[in-house]
Design a protein around this ligand. Sequence first.
Ligand SMILES: [Zn+2]
Length: 97
Amino acid sequence: MERCPACNAKYIGKRVCHRCKTDLGILIDIEEKAEFHREKALFAFVSNDFEQMFFHARRSCSLRRTPDAVRLLACAALVVNQFNLALFLWSSLRKSR
Ligand SMILES: [Zn+2]
């Protein structure tokens, strides 16, 4: 998160927005869970556990849908032979440019 979603103030790493006092804790927790699952997916990939990679990449992407999360999920879908999903995700990235 780079900015407060309520007032657009720059995010300075606190759980409460310094300007509007919005509780940002839930969003921060979601971002941290997404990062946790992203790291698990990458670890599963280097461990050749592609089903676990796919599971964690999907969780990460559902928690925080960034272009990198979609790219990781597309790669995970590819290695578990879900080619239609991989193509769908990859083409959705190209359309969002
Ligand atoms: Zn704010």
